[in-house]
Ligand binder design. Structure first.
Ligand code: 5GP
Length: 186
């Protein structure tokens, strides 16, 4: 296997989607589009942001062991298609944007290729503000996501790198530096 699997995790609202879009323009990476049973948010595109699928289709894929990892977050299923990932790492680097549980599964399964990067918001107060500003969740959902964020931040020691997203440009720059350095690693 030639490439690395760069795994980005951050609490919902932590800014990883914007960072991902910047990275894909600037780095030699292919993005692995996840499957999810969550309904699309406004502006999200099928096959680009996620493959939006039914629970039945998702479970069928689990039964056939076609996910490299999968998990359930706040009642919805999310998973990384195995075939695409394994085909792409033979050619180069792959970027995954997945949660903490998924990241651990990837590390266990692809120990030599996986590089885990946690993107943390500057504070939980800032995260709350970002979630409120994006106006895609109601108050209850925001509270659930903040609780989950707290639990995820506690898992940061499982990661190889921690990057604080205080400033988008700086944060993207740090991740680009990690990708370059990993490319030079013996
Ligand atoms: P959201 O619904 O906000 O897009 O995503 C909720 C959480 O699921 C985020 O932490 C996101 O990174 C994670 N997620 C998205 N795709 C996958 C996936 O394929 N596998 C896992 N384990 N988590 C995912």
């Amino acid at each position: 296997m030639m490439g690395k699997i760069f795994v980005l995790s951050s609490p919902s609202g932590g800014g990883k989607t914007t960072i991902r879009k910047h990275l894909l323009k600037q780095c030699p990476l292919v993005y692995s589009v996840s499957w999810t049973t969550r309904p699309p948010r406004q502006g999200e595109k099928d096959k680009e942001d996620y493959f939006f699928v039914s629970e039945r289709a998702f479970k069928r894929k689990i039964e056939k062991s076609e996910f490299a990892e999968w998990t359930r977050v706040l009642g919805n299923y999310y998973g990384t298609p195995k075939e695409f990932l394994e085909k792409e790492i033979k050619k180069g680097n792959v970027l995954l944007e997945i949660d903490v549980k998924g990241a651990r599964q990837i590390k266990r399964r692809y120990r030599k290729q996986a590089v885990l990067i946690f993107i943390a918001p500057p504070s939980l107060r800032e995260l709350k503000k970002r979630l409120e500003n994006r106006k895609t969740e109601n108050r209850k959902e925001i509270a659930q996501r903040l609780k989950l964020a707290y639990q995820e931040i506690e898992q940061v020691n499982k990661y190889d790198y921690l990057v604080i997203n205080k400033d988008l440009k700086e944060c993207t720059g740090d991740i680009k530096a990690i990708i370059r350095a990993e490319g030079c690693k013996l």
